[in-house]
Design a protein around this ligand. Structure first.
Ligand code: 6PG
Length: 500
């Protein structure tokens, strides 16, 4: 008796691949799975004999492709880069016109653009889909950001909508409580068609850039509580737990409270204190920052978060410098609770700036790549499943619902008034960090971004005059229309100034 053909296939059974396959099978879709190392596939299939949809393990690419319904839909979940190209190359000879390949890895969006073009020339359809939410998200509901062939997305939409995280549309709250074999029923799925070719992976990259900012900001809040206020990890955990009930309510704040409350099973010390302070990265934050520089978009806070990871990585240099470079003695004498509240507000305002920068990137990229990105929908699908899911994404959703063409998130009336309400505290925290020598680069960067963005006249007038002085780079005049350039015939350096 021949087995039924599968609705979809998946290549790459590392943890994310396994979890996504189980999520798909939990929703009643039959899924074929293939892995380069066959024994991994065999163990996986044997461990899950009775999922609602069914798993079909295949040991060869030929058998895998033959096991799929036409047009074939194949998800690739392997380490982004050359591995993705290798899998595509191994699949292509076995596919037929109209078949669909979906890359769910953290691919560089320009690679996705290239792959989509190459596959289109071969009659194949390609979707680059951001998948956010880590292992847990993949298993019970990720946020999915698909870009590429629109008609192809329509064919995978039922599966994508079924497996995505779900939120309550009115409150924006994620619906939780899925267990193996019992997925969430109802709610709005955290997926939407993002746009052509690399749009989905671009949005996922920006998501990760914001994620870098968010994580670093939380770490800075922790550093201030620990180093300025002398609080223990446990005390900090309690603060984060409280914060998670207010405007900062988010996945990252929630796990921060859990992490800080955790003891090291070996020593019994606070777990965070036995973790070496050197952060790794896989590159998506760097891509976001490099792209910001390439497009000329100010996204300093996201970049600062990447630099903070680099600085953390030079541990030996820092240990040496800590003995040679002296800073102020830390002294805090004020109202401790008031400072904790101020740190909360500094984190909130800085976070708003990081999101504003992320959305600025998307606004510019959509012009460069001729996309028409659905900002309101993007904010909506970030509300559940993904790493940056947070209560205030409901407010970002509303901001773009009110005005799709919002120039900058800071200009949305809600965020303008929140920044106004909280900025005194933000300034207080940045000043205290500077006075006491506690490094808080993203808090500083975000505040400078905010101050520069709201400043009518920046000192770039002097900068432009300097450029004109030494290089005849010309300048525009305040009393002349934009786009008209002038040059002053400057005297030699140190010579008397020109007569008026
Ligand atoms: C997600 C995460 C995920 C991954 C990051 C980690 O949305 O689920 O962003 O994609 O955890 O890429 O990135 P780093 O290793 O660079 O911190």
């Amino acid at each position: 008796m021949s087995l039924p053909q599968s609705d979809i296939g998946l290549v790459g059974l590392a943890v994310m691949g396994q979890n996504l396959a189980l999520n798909i099978a939990d929703h009643g879709f039959r899924i074929s799975v293939y892995n380069r190392t066959t024994v991994t596939m065999e163990k996986f299939v044997a461990a899950h004999p009775s999922t609602p949809g069914g798993l079909d393990g295949q040991a060869t690419i030929e058998g895998f492709v033959a096991s799929l319904k036409r047009p074939r839909k194949i998800i690739i979940l392997v380490k982004a880069g050359a591995g993705t190209d290798a899998v595509i190359d191994s699949l292509v000879p076995h596919l037929e016109e109209g078949d669909i390949i979906i890359d769910g890895g953290n691919a560089l969006w320009t690679d996705t653009i290239r792959r989509e073009k190459d596959l289109k020339a071969k009659g194949l359809r390609f979707i680059g889909s951001g998948v956010s939410g880590g292992e847990e998200g993949a298993r019970f509901g990720p946020s999915l950001m698909p870009g590429g062939d629109k008609a192809a997305f329509e064919e995978i939409r039922p599966i994508w909508e079924a497996i995505a995280a779900k939120v309550d549309d009115k409150t924006g709250k994620p619906l939780e409580g899925a267990t193996p074999g019992h997925p969430i029923v109802g709610g709005v799925p955290c997926t939407t068609y993002i746009g052509p070719n690399g749009a989905g992976h671009y949005v996922k990259m920006v998501h990760n850039g914001i994620e870098y900012g968010d994580m670093q900001m939380i770490c800075e809040a922790f550093a201030l509580m620990k180093n300025l206020l002398g609080m223990s990890a446990e005390e900090c955990a309690a603060v984060f737990k409280t914060w998670n009930t207010g405007v900062l309510d988010s996945f990252l704040i929630e796990i921060t409270a859990d992490i800080l409350a955790q003891k090291d099973p070996v020593t019994g010390k606070a777990f965070v204190d036995i973790v070496l302070d050197t952060a790794g990265q896989k590159g998506t934050g760097k891509w976001t920052s490099t792209n910001a520089l390439d497009m000329g978009v100010p996204a300093p806070t996201v970049a600062e978060a990447v630099f903070a990871r680099y600085l953390s990585a030079v541990k030996e240099e820092r240990v040496n410098a800590s003995k040679l470079l002296k800073g102020p003695a830390v002294s805090f004498t004020g109202d401790k609770q008031a400072m904790i509240d101020a740190i909360h507000d500094a984190l909130y305002c800085s976070k708003i700036c990081a999101y504003a920068q992320g959305f600025q990137l998307m606004r510019t990229a959509q012009v460069d790549y001729k996309w028409d990105l659905p900002f309101g929908e993007i904010a909506k699908i970030f509300r559940g499943g993904c790493i940056i899911r947070a209560r205030f994404l409901q407010k970002i959703t509303e901001a773009y619902q009110h005005n799709h063409d919002l120039v900058n998130l800071l200009l949305d009336p809600f965020f303008t008034s929140e920044l106004d309400r909280c900025q005194t505290n933000w300034r207080k925290v940045v000043a205290a960090a500077a006075t006491n020598g506690v490094a808080t680069p993203t808090f500083f960067s975000a505040l400078s971004y905010f101050d520069a963005y709201r400043t009518e006249t920046l000192p770039a007038n002097l900068l432009q005059a300097q450029r004109d002085f030494f290089g005849a780079h010309t300048y525009e005049r305040t009393d002349s229309p934009r786009g008209k350039f002038f040059h002053l015939d400057w005297p030699e350096p140190g010579r008397p100034q020109l007569e008026v």
